[in-house]
Design a binder for this molecule. Structure first.
Ligand code: ADP
Length: 254
């Protein structure tokens, strides 16, 4: 049986096709202005990548904020349940999932079957999200995928939690001659601290699976591991874990 999971997020739309626990293909595109179009297109791209046709798909489950715009779903499921299930595919022993996407950050406690036991979500404020990182890093004239290639540096203290204030703090630090790599390390540390506080408030000392687009940053993963004092494991493509979870849930229905 082939199932599809589609995650239309605030920034990126992702689709995964699954057959008997094997990932057949996946795709990712910017969400853009129309969640519905993005959902349809990303599914078609995953179908092309897998070398199948849309008629081969038995069931489709949607997630992400844009799921309400998709009218061809068999079921819509929260991102919390999907990230829990997707993380379980790679690291079933880990009891915690930390997901940092474009617009929110989540800490989820899971059991060995990938079911949610408890969760906390920050979606009220951009601090500790991909948006915060994107805006402040662009203020430095850098792109997100360059961050891991910067030379190691002592993190400078970033005091502003609000994205708008942090952006002007970054400009002041640059004007004062602070090295870009120290500012980047400071920004990442402020995210790591914020998310670890959230994680520590629901459970301490459990290994973590780190998902979402921001999990691609190696330095942040290391900082999170240090702050939490646990192992932080990242799946091969952390940004598609919500869509993968949706495809697994589609397989488990009925
Ligand atoms: P959403 O589901 O809300 O669209 P995603 O999980 O798809 O969120 O993640 C999108 C976010 O990932 C973007 O806001 C961006 O900040 C972040 N991102 C993308 N690439 C990288 C990277 N190489 N390093 C760190 N963050 C990244």
């Amino acid at each position: 049986m082939i199932t599809a999971g589609i995650d239309v997020g605030s920034t990126a739309a992702k689709a995964v096709l699954l057959k008997d626990k094997k990932i057949l293909g996946w795709a990712m595109i910017p969400t853009g202005w129309s969640p519905q179009k993005a959902g349809e297109e990303v599914l078609q791209r995953a179908v092309d990548a897998a070398g199948i046709t849309a008629a081969d798909i038995h069931r489709v489950v949607g997630t992400g904020y844009g799921r309400v715009a998709l009218d061809f779903l068999d079921k819509a499921v929260t991102e919390i349940s999907c990230h829990a299930m997707g993380a379980n595919y790679y690291f079933p022993e880990n009891k915690m999932v930390i997901d940092i996407g474009g617009q929110d950050s989540k800490v989820i406690l899971v059991n060995k079957q990938g079911k949610v036991i408890n969760f906390l979500m920050n979606d009220k404020c951009a601090a500790g999200t991909g948006r915060f990182l994107q805006v402040t890093v662009n203020g430095l004239g850098l792109e997100l995928d360059q961050l891991d290639r910067l030379p190691p540096a002592e993190p400078v203290n970033i005091n502003s939690m609000c994205t708008v204030f942090a952006e002007s703090e970054v400009i002041s630090l640059l004007a004062a001659g602070t090295a870009k790599e120290s500012i980047v390390a400071g920004l990442l540390k402020s995210i790591a601290k914020r998310v670890s506080t959230m994680a520590g408030s629901i459970q301490e000392n459990v290994n973590v699976t780190f998902t979402g687009g921001v999990a691609q940053n190696r330095l942040l993963r290391e900082m999170l591991a240090r702050e939490l004092g646990v192992e932080v494991m990242v799946p091969p493509v952390p940004q598609i874990i919500g869509a993968l979870g949706a495809a697994i849930i589609a397989r488990n229905i009925g």
